[in-house]
Design a binder for this molecule. Structure first.
Ligand SMILES: [Zn+2]
Length: 210
């Protein structure tokens, strides 16, 4: 399952942060935007995602997408997790780019579900394993600074997932160097190849066809 983050419009409705929780969180506050390119994050996420899908399909992997256009209001994160769960995905790969108040912040990092009994205990270990592999391949492909891994307990899309789930932040669109790079086909292709390699290694397949 490939989940290109966000959509054309934010969704300010709320939803429970996990099954049975009374803590509500906005469905999707919207993504960031390229400080130089002006590209919206949803478009970058989708461009990389479509390339990853093509590479994985050519490697014999069946791929489902949460969205294949940037055209509407974001569906929210329970819906995204539900699509991955119903597909019985081997991996729920969420593709994002980061934003920061500081234009100096840069680098690639990968988030995975924190351990929470009843919510993520069934997917935590496999998700962390996937995060390690995919982060290493993505950093190797892009050459951006390695910001490492981060376990998150506050991500609705993780807490509702019943399949291994990770969220990659390929780089910072608020950093001029990384925004300029990620606006090019060359860097989007690099990101896609790194993600394809990471997924195939996690699935214990040869990444040679990425
Ligand atoms: Zn995002």
């Amino acid at each position: 399952m490939i989940d290109p983050g966000h959509d054309l419009r934010a969704n300010l409705q709320t939803e429970p942060i996990g099954p049975g929780s009374s803590t509500l969180k906005i469905k999707d506050g919207g993504g960031t935007r390229g400080v130089v390119s002006g590209t919206i994050e949803a478009e970058l996420n989708l461009a990389i995602s479509l390339h990853v899908r093509a590479l994985l399909e050519q490697s014999g992997i069946r791929v489902v997408m949460t969205r294949s256009r940037t055209a509407g209001t974001s569906m929210g994160n329970i819906a995204r997790a539900g699509i991955a769960n119903r597909a019985g995905a081997a991996l729920f790969l969420r593709i994002h780019a980061d934003g920061s108040m500081s234009h100096a912040s840069r680098g690639t990092h990968t988030l995975y579900p924190a351990l929470h009994a009843g919510w993520t205990d069934d997917i935590y270990a496999r998700s962390e394993a996937a995060a390690k592999i995919v982060q290493a391949e993505l950093v190797g492909a892009l050459g951006f600074p390695d910001r490492g891994l981060q376990a998150r307990s506050d991500f609705t899309g993780f807490n509702w997932a019943d399949v291994p789930a990770i969220l990659v932040e390929v780089g910072f669109m608020t950093n001029p160097i990384e925004d300029r790079a990620l606006a090019t086909d060359a860097y989007r292709t690099r990101a896609a190849h790194g993600l394809c390699r990471g997924v195939l290694l996690f699935l214990r397949r040869s990444p040679s066809r990425c």
